[in-house]
Design a binder for this molecule. Sequence first.
Ligand SMILES: C[S@@+](CC[C@H](N)C(=O)[O-])C[C@H]1O[C@@H](n2cnc3c(N)ncnc32)[C@H](O)[C@@H]1O
Length: 502
Amino acid sequence: MDDSTSSEKTPIPPELFEEITLEIDRLSSSGDGLAFSTEHRLVFVVPFTVPGDTVVAKPYRYAKDGTYYHADFVRVVEPSQDRHDSEVKCGYFAKCAGCQFQMMLPQFQLDHKREVVSKAYLEYVGVDRKLVPEVEPTLASPKNYGYRTKVTPHFDAPPGARQAQRKGNKIFFTEPPPIGFQVKDRRITMDIEDCPLATDAVRVGMKKERKRVIDTIQTFSKGATLLVRENTDRIKDRPEIKEEDFKAPVVSKRDGVWEVKNYETDHKATIKEYIGDYLVTNLANSFFQNNNSILLPFMNYIRERIMPKDPDATKPSYLVDAYCGSGLFTITLSSLFKQSIGIDIDPHSIEFAAKNAKLNNLPDAQTKFMTETASQIFKSIEFPAEETVVVVDPPRKGCDVPFLTQLLKFSPQRIVYVSCNVHTQARDVAILLGGIPNVDAGFGLGGGAYELESLRGCDFFPQTRHVESVAILQRKKPVIERIIDETLDTKGVLTKPADIVK
Ligand SMILES: C[S@@+](CC[C@H](N)C(=O)[O-])C[C@H]1O[C@@H](n2cnc3c(N)ncnc32)[C@H](O)[C@@H]1O
């Protein structure tokens, strides 16, 4: 073995916290810049950078798996042509962990997110390229700022509070602590007065909520997470109504209807959100999509794609909304189906989902909800699988094997898998395409039952690294049907040699 070659490959660790200059090569799926330093023969991860930037960075930690260093971004030496610092709208940018992409144009962010979706399937999970369609251009958010309908600024306990608590004592704040969000890559809270990603009503609420806490800080002996969530009311205009009657930060009128946007800070308050003309209510502290501006185009996209592409395929009449929350998909899609059922593990969400069905005048016989864990869901569903679409929208960790096993055994005609974590989505979709040992989904033991029809990222979180991903799957046709489709024309005339049968 040639020693000189191996020593040339040996990484030379940098001095921690000493400035080094790096050229950023690409973005990771977590939105950080990646640079390979020929001097150190090492990869450095530098947040708040753009491919093509030359930057000064300070390495501060070796990654646990020993393959790269984390470095703090210090300054730009030579900007990339894709860096647009004039686009940055927030004074806390490049310190706060809340967002990473404000210096990139919206289209650059959308293109990056498209690549993240593609790489999750092809590289992270390694799905066979032949089984993955080209990822469609990312669905843009109508609002790039002012879209977040919920923020949760927090503050830490007073210094020494934990030790005091162990001894049965309390320490109260003597002055306000930083109240805001986390410093990027540090467990430190930074004081943040305003967030331009939030809607106007939430920004007003955030300032007032901070003031309330600061004014009464001597009464707090613990840290806390504050909640500020937008609430929307629509009120039909009447001659006696005047704009100033609404004590709300944002009021507008369209087609004879007032839209009043206010905020709630009580975790148990009921929140109203409109998606087009649909009204969805839920508890202020329970899950709901945080970007109201994209929900209508997003739901329109799902509506357009939920039925089979093939005009000869059976049109599904039944919808199962697994992980339904307060019923967003069931409520907005049920008019396309004879019957729909939504399932969620959280009884409060199911209570709201049932209320939401009534608020939207959906007949009981058409729409049902039940509290159940997703891994038990198909035991009580009697819909014919070949006429059913299942919408799957799990938490970030994705689905578990019992759920995927059941889903494969049930084998609905179509699956719409929505996820805020494309990496766990890609892992689960690979199972639906490739199968689970000992599960026969109609194509032999261990065989998968689905084709991935389309894949698209949706930009629910502009300026951040996050992307919502929608994968649409169609159950594969049995082999004999495929041969008939591929060899006979519409009149039943043989158009191709039958050697396809091999
Ligand atoms: C990402 S949210 C989706 C909610 C809803 N589809 C929406 O868009 O508003 C995930 C939902 O999964 C539910 N959930 C988590 N684990 C579950 C499980 N094992 N079975 C059923 N639901 C579960 C949560 O309560 C939450 O409502």
